[in-house]
Ligand binder design. Structure first.
Ligand code: MLT
Length: 388
């Protein structure tokens, strides 16, 4: 029997991190000690009170049945309350303007299923999280990349988007604090996005998975703080990075009722919701003291110092992040992102070529801060020893 993949899957390059994972496994089989600064997957444990809440909830038979599709009432209420306290975005309706997700990646993937028709145009940051472009293409939509350039603070230049593209665009993805560049959005930029989206009738989908990882000064803002944003947008939030819960798969989307409901309709036909014991633990995460998050920031700040200072002392140009746990390093002259990544892998350091996030990532590799301080020091030493 000849088994033929669908064209959309045949054309799809392997998922960035799945491919890097394969290479890591091969090298580890050969006995190589790797410092893994590839995927953004916190090495720190989930805070104890969240684990305890999960242990308690997992023993409750009422949580063993199908979850509610839109998420437990208590979870949605905790999510909108957290939004009010953290961002000052108040008055969100937990019943109509919030929906639980099985991790924000799930929601980001399914959102275009609800809103992108074949031939629709979607504005996607480049570099950007690969899921934005992949699911646009799965839906038959057309990706228009918005390059993020260092000289522009890695913010897209909306005035460079041709008028016919803006007119045709149905949806725009934004992501600040940004993966992979670590850039932050400004209030002025968000104002511009609201004006642009309102003028051109474009849905804005904002991914704020890294909003709680910041180091210097003020906490990052939410797109929804901007006047008018609630009329054009939806925001995807994740508990993965904030509470070291990547394996638990829990996040949520908030605001525009029609956008939340459209996404919900896809989900009722796709999954059966997030395990309610996980949602109960997430309620504990969102409502208990946020000291654990402040402690986590201190740890990442220290690691950032060790890694960035080590690399700078070795003569590398490093973009010291103000937020996220990602560090961009400028590739040495004569090396592409992929070539430099491969050199680092030979030296025992796993990194990610920024081109894995889009063509404008060329010239950079990305390192994470997801290993302890001593490994950061070793990583800088190993990178220093690379013969270029
Ligand atoms: C990354 O490394 O870019 C992220 O961890 C991937 C993800 O969140 O799925």
């Amino acid at each position: 029997m000849s088994i033929e993949l669908a064209a959309r899957i045949k054309e799809l390059p392997p998922y960035l991190f799945a491919d890097i994972d394969k290479k890591k496994v091969e090298l580890r089989k050969l006995g190589k000690d790797l410092i893994d600064l590839g995927i953004g997957d916190p090495d720190l444990p989930t805070p104890k009170h969240i684990v305890a809440a999960m242990q308690h909830a997992a023993a409750e038979p009422r949580y063993h049945r199908y979850p509610s599709y839109e998420g437990m009432q208590a979870f949605r209420e905790a999510a909108v309350k957290w939004y009010g306290e953290r961002f000052g975005v108040r008055g969100l309706d937990a019943n109509t303007e919030c929906c639980a997700l099985i991790g924000s990646k799930e929601g980001i993937a399914h959102f275009p299923v609800a809103f992108v028709n074949p031939g629709d145009l979607v504005l996607v940051p480049d570099p950007g999280y690969p899921v934005y472009a992949t699911w646009t293409r799965f839906m038959g939509g057309e990706v228009h990349y918005m390059p993020l350039r260092r000289q522009n603070g890695f913010l897209p230049d909306l005035s460079a988007i041709p008028a016919d593209v803006a007119r045709r665009a149905k949806l725009m993805w934004i992501n600040y604090p940004n993966n992979p560049t670590a850039a932050l959005a400004t209030r002025d930029f968000y104002k511009e996005v609201v004006e642009f989206a309102t003028r051109n009738d474009i849905i804005v989908a904002s991914d704020v998975a890294y909003s709680e990882i910041f180091f210097d000064g003020e906490a990052p803002i939410s797109f929804l703080e901007t006047p008018g944003a609630r009329e054009v947008g939806i925001e995807f939030q994740s508990l993965s990075k904030t509470y070291n819960m990547t394996g638990w798969r829990i996040g949520f989307a908030v605001v525009h009722e029609k956008l939340v409901q459209g996404l919900g309709k896809v989900k009722t036909n796709t999954d059966s919701g997030a395990f309610e014991a996980v949602q109960a633990a997430a309620v504990s995460a969102l409502t208990a003291s946020q000291q654990c998050v402040a402690d986590m920031r201190d740890i990442y700040r220290e690691r950032r110092e060790v890694l960035c200072s080590g690399l700078e002392a070795a003569g590398f140009e490093v973009l010291r992040p103000k937020a996220t746990f990602y560090v961009l390093v400028v590739c040495p002259r004569g090396y592409s992102s992929v070539q430099f990544t491969s050199k680092l892998l030979d030296a025992g350091v796993v990194s990610t070529p920024a081109t894995g996030f889009g063509p404008s990532g060329e010239g950079y590799i990305r390192l994470t801060l997801c290993a302890d301080k001593s490994r950061m020091k070793d990583a800088a030493e190993r990178i220093k020893s690379v013969k270029l």
